[in-house]
Ligand binder design. Structure first.
Ligand SMILES: *Cc1c(COP(=O)(O)O)cnc(C)c1O
Length: 374
């Protein structure tokens, strides 16, 4: 039987081993080691930011970003319903209210035309999330933020190296966050980063991630923080991955373009856009949406691919349909038809850094076998 094609396999073929050995040889394995600062510096400079602060994962980065901006009880944050739970969880845990907008049916990013109607005197921030490889159209969002005096949090967890009108994603928000989970463009296994140009905000993040220890009276606390520290081991891998970021982006491009080339004539599939007026897709994952004339939904489609030993992942499940938030009384009676549809008819194909061209061909021929008999 052929080997299972994993939905996401990372590529660790640079200096990872060498740098890790350095950590072990020197005994610097905690967050105090020198790779942490080196990784932060290299990352900040690639994204075009003054400050970068490592954390233990991308969800923690969002928690910290929301907290660092002082968002709390009585505040509202506008965000897409179609995203990962971490975005809404950060807002809810801070005591604030997530206010949702629907998705764009072509880019799957938040529908920016719905933002202005949701702005109230309580709105503190817009949390944009770049989804699956294409950025949110940032200029109109930044204009709204300026017009109404609200902040922007930019979740760039899927957008390392993605450019919007030539400028790196992660450079637009008052604060922007990244994840280095194993399926991202670059990984530290688990890991995250917050970036900003605001020195005060960066300092606040450094304190929040480190239990709000104080420099003078270490164990006397004025505020509650977290231990969100990244280890030197993780940062060592991160630095090695950063050295290969441009190669990783190139490879993801190739994967995306190859899939699109091979899938474009198969009926019933909506493929990701190769580009928009403001960006080129970096295909964090290769998503597709089954058109309505195809008599199966994403769950059936994924089950059939799984029988053929091909790994897939469903699309995000919208925030307004999450049982946990319904129980808390959020989003009662709200409906976002585009997100509801793509959540049910969308999934993504194997798209990891280590995916080979032969594997892409196997995946495509299995899809043909499923779709063309319908
Ligand atoms: C991966 C991801 C996160 C969370 O990152 P973790 O490191 O897994 O906690 C947050 N937001 C988006 C959009 C993501 O894709």
């Amino acid at each position: 039987m052929s080997a299972f094609i994993m939905v996401n396999e990372p590529l660790l073929d640079g200096n990872e081993k060498k740098y890790l050995a350095e950590c072990i040889d020197t005994g610097w394995i905690s967050s105090e080691g020198p790779f942490v600062g080196r990784f932060e510096e290299k990352f900040a400079s690639r994204i075009g930011r003054k400050f970068a602060v490592t954390v233990c994962n991308g969800s923690a980065a969002l928690d910290m970003a929301v907290c660092a901006l002082g968002i709390g009880h009585g505040d509202e944050v506008i965000m897409p319903t179609f995203t990962i739970i971490s975005c809404a969880a950060a807002i809810v845990r801070a005591g604030a209210k997530p206010v949702l907008v629907d998705s764009d049916p072509c880019t799957w990013n938040m529908n920016i035309n719905q933002i202005e109607d949701k702005i109230t005197p309580q709105t503190k921030a817009i949390m944009v999330v770049h989804i699956y490889g294409l950025p949110v159209d940032m200029e109109p969002v930044l204009a709204l933020a300026e017009k109404y005096g609200i902040m922007v949090i930019e979740d760039s967890a899927e957008a390392h190296g993605l450019a919007y009108k030539g400028q790196p994603c992660g450079s637009f928000g008052n604060i922007s966050t990244f994840s280095f989970y194993a399926n991202k463009h670059i990984t530290t296994g688990e890991g995250g980063m917050v970036v900003t140009d605001d020195e005060k905000l960066a300092e606040r993040c450094r304190s929040l991630k480190n239990l709000c220890f104080q420099p003078q009276k270490r164990f006397v606390h004025e505020e509650l923080g977290w231990n969100f520290r990244m280890t030197n081991l993780q940062a060592a891998i991160g630095l090695a991955q950063m050295e290969n970021l441009e190669d990783h982006i190139t490879r993801k491009h190739q994967i995306g373009r190859r899939y699109s080339e091979l899938l474009k004539d198969i009926p019933g599939l909506q493929l990701p856009l190769a580009k928009t007026g403001y960006a080129e897709n970096i295909y964090w994952v290769y998503g597709l949406v089954l058109r309505d004339d195809l008599p199966l939904d994403a769950a059936d489609f994924m089950a059939r691919l799984s029988e053929k030993r091909i790994g897939t992942r469903p699309f995000f499940w919208p925030m307004h349909e999450q049982p946990v938030f319904k129980k808390m009384g959020f989003f009662r009676g709200e409906s976002y038809p585009v997100a509801e549809r793509i959540a049910r008819r969308g999934c993504y194909l194997p798209s990891g850094m280590a995916l080979t061209n032969e594997q892409i061909e196997v995946v495509v021929s299995c899809i043909k076998g499923i779709v063309e008999v319908m």
